[in-house]
Design a protein around this ligand. Sequence first.
Ligand SMILES: Cc1cc2nc3c(=O)[nH]c(=O)nc-3n(C[C@H](O)[C@H](O)[C@H](O)COP(=O)(O)OP(=O)(O)OC[C@H]3O[C@@H](n4cnc5c(N)ncnc54)[C@H](O)[C@@H]3O)c2cc1C
Length: 355
Amino acid sequence: MKIAIIGAGLAGLACAIECERLGIIPDVFERDESVGWPWPCTVHWLNVLQRQMGDIRESLREKYRLDLKPINELRTLKMKSPNKETSIEGKLGNIMTRGKHRESVENQLFTLLKKTPVYFNRAADYKELSKKYDYVVVATGKDTAAKEMGLWIDYGVVHLRGGLVFGTFESTSSTVYFNTRYAGQGYARLAPWSSTQAIIGLCNIGCSEYEMDRLYTNFLEEENLAHLEFYYKFSLPIFSTGRVSNFKSGNVLLVGRSAGLTERLLGTGAVEALISGILAARAMIQDLDYESLVRPLQKHVENISAIRAPYENLDNEGLDRLVAMINTPGIKQAIYNTGINFIDMAGGILNKIKS
Ligand SMILES: Cc1cc2nc3c(=O)[nH]c(=O)nc-3n(C[C@H](O)[C@H](O)[C@H](O)COP(=O)(O)OP(=O)(O)OC[C@H]3O[C@@H](n4cnc5c(N)ncnc54)[C@H](O)[C@@H]3O)c2cc1C
């Protein structure tokens, strides 16, 4: 069986690893010169968003044989609205790194490949490859293929700006900022890389591209971050979000963000990318139905969106009330430090009501 995988990101590499383990050596095409995003980044794997898995890392290890190491545990999550602040403590999840860095998730995955050739500097086209291979897996982190195949349902765009800064930080503590003045319906975050470096990011929903410079400056000034020394700055291309109506068309399978498996606020999507890549490999090689294997991932992402939807309409006063409410001891404890999978419970109900 001949399998081509386009994109050596999380979904593509996880797919290649599983193909190897099932006895098929795929060809991987990556447009960049090496694995990992060109910009350094820390991302969160938040337990509260993945309760259906139990412990995320343990579940990836046991169910999917992926043992991925974080740079730190996430033990404190601070949430700030314009006039309120709350802090949640506990075993909240893990801080992972992305990019060219040796410890990035992409590089950890890459070292697990034994025989698979990865053709770097090769931007591949799924239409061409689908004529030469039995299966083509689109793992480009882009919506282009799904759009061309008429499978993409658009949810709108996200603007991203940020960088790596020097300073003094608690390496297990992240801060999330909610403020419509600079983030619109999105948010900003400061996530540590170490005790001396952190990633700052503004994820704006609702603004136009031209406003982004001004909003980013507002964010840094309003949150007293403008004095920090930047080691690296990034301004990412407009990030579209959406869902797909089908995950497969002919011999082409969509995985990860190319399959719309990233939530609009970008707080989740990495784990879904890994799992969808693995499920695609199993479907192709073991002749399983990819659509039914991958649907629960899409449902979970949609449940997160459903929970978040009421928040999208809040003004700054409403955000203050929300943060004050989360600060209520019983609520805070119930959301973050129990094993209850309230996302799929409440999100599932909200989605049923909607439909
Ligand atoms: C700034 C930011 C912060 C995020 N934070 C979080 C977080 O905290 N938690 C979380 O769970 N998720 C987070 N996400 C979402 C998560 O990172 C994505 O869901 C995940 O990276 C999707 O993986 P992927 O493999 O589909 O795509 P990617 O990881 O983007 O990989 C795509 C790969 O395909 C390559 N490629 C593209 N086009 C071609 C082509 N034509 N030919 C060959 N190669 C190609 C690219 O170079 C890249 O290597 C964040 C995303 C962003 C942008």
